[in-house]
Design a protein around this ligand. Structure first.
Ligand SMILES: Cc1ncc(COP(=O)(O)O)c(C=O)c1O
Length: 372
């Protein structure tokens, strides 16, 4: 153990170093390609709202001035939009959805606390728990890649501090039955904080996939996470927001970083909220792309799990890492480090290219079958 290791908190010593995904540049260089399609990080391929860009350019001229320290204007705007009173005291702004996940770990998880989540799900929950000495309790999804809500309830112990429900879930793309989730949330004991991560819910078009925001009341320890990274196409700007009751809010607002969002970011996301045309275009494009990719991949004999997000989770029957490697040679980057393949939905032009590249790779027959 090095001297620095000895100085470092145990939770941090134990976390693995972050391994970044492959960049377009590295794939271009490796295979001598002019063009690469990176559909591995669930970014919005429809770009950014032009109104947000205009507001950010304008705000850049005032970058010498500190921003609103507590993001109050944005909190009020979001509170009003989601049916809370206009105090802003039900809303926390964070550095992306990842920011609030880390903050929740820091504020609530102590040595030996348990955090329940499904498996597979978004990695950040486990990271936030382990960094603070907590224990991650994983409840596997079903064969159909759906939540096992009974399994989650059964995993609760005296030590459970937090439950994360990602709805719709990353990487499976599937959604939880909303009525069943509501019933679960209502019966979770009071010593537990329930966090529902709705990073992708605005991209779901099925009316049965419902937000848990209306469930927020003073007597439920419920936090609902949202982000400007997906529907609004602002992943590079790093703004997330969460809803909760006022008591939880007071604690988290006290703990969060002052000036958590910069002047340019705040101006951009507030303008994006008012750009309904961009939002409609993204929703429509993602929905069409989702139908198209589902239809094409299913026709190839791949199993596509029902997606309510801007990505597709699919069992090709082939080894996922090997498939991702082969696709990269033809300029397509997808995620190949889960049990099945995860492909971000792009514009229709990109989606057509995805299918062409996949067909080309399959026809070569170089990817071994999976052993499952
Ligand atoms: C389920 C889920 N939650 C939260 C996030 C966080 O996104 P961001 O920090 O960009 O808001 C992501 C990002 O991919 C995600 O997949």
């Amino acid at each position: 153990m090095s001297d620095i290791d000895k100085l470092t908190k145990k939770g941090i010593q134990n976390i693995p170093a972050y391994i970044p995904g492959r960049t377009s540049e590295s794939v271009k260089e490796k295979y001598g390609l002019d063009k690469v399609l990176k559909l591995a990080s669930n970014e919005n391929q429809y770009g950014v709202s032009p109104k947000a860009v205009e507001a950010m350019v304008q705000a850049a001229t005032e970058a010498n001035i500190y921003p609103d320290p507590f993001c109050l204007q944005l909190r009020k705007k979001l509170g009003k939009k989601f049916g809370f009173d206009e105090s802003g005291d039900n809303v926390i702004i964070s550095q992306g959805g990842c920011g609030i996940i880390a903050l929740l770990g820091e504020v609530f998880i102590t040595e030996g606390d348990e955090m329940i989540c499904c498996d597979p799900t978004f990695d950040a929950y486990a990271g936030a728990c382990r960094r603070n000495g907590g224990i991650v309790v994983k409840v596997p999804v079903t064969k159909e890649q759906l939540y096992d809500l009974d399994g989650i309830f059964a995993a609760i112990t005296e030590k459970t501090k937090m439950i994360f429900i990602c709805n719709p879930n990353n990487p499976t793309g599937t959604a939880v039955d909303s009525s069943a989730l509501m019933a679960l949330i209502k019966k979770i004991p009071k010593h537990i904080i329930t966090v529902v991560d709705e990073a992708y819910i605005e991209l779901a078009t099925d009316p049965a996939v419902r937000s848990m925001v209306p469930l927020i009341t003073e007597d439920l320890n419920l936090i609902v996470i949202r982000t400007f990274s997906k529907l609004y196409g602002m992943a590079g700007v790093r703004v997330g927001y969460s809803f909760m009751n006022k008591e939880l809010h007071a604690t988290l607002q006290k703990a969060t970083t002052v000036f958590v969002a910069g002047r340019i970011a705040l101006a951009g996301v507030m303008a994006a909220m008012d750009d309904e045309e961009f939002v409609l275009q993204t929703r429509k494009g993602i929905s069409q792309g989702r139908n198209y990719l589902t239809k094409e991949l299913t026709a190839m004999g791949w199993k596509v799990f029902e997606s309510h997000t801007n990505f597709i989770y699919t069992d090709s029957g082939l080894q996922t890492a090997a498939l991702a490697n082969e696709l990269e040679k033809y300029g397509l980057i997808i995620r190949g480090n889960f049990k099945y393949s995860r492909i971000t939905i792009g514009t229709m032009e990109q989606n057509k290219e995805v299918i062409e590249i996949i067909k080309k790779v399959i026809s070569k027959g170089n990817v071994p079958k999976s052993e499952q």
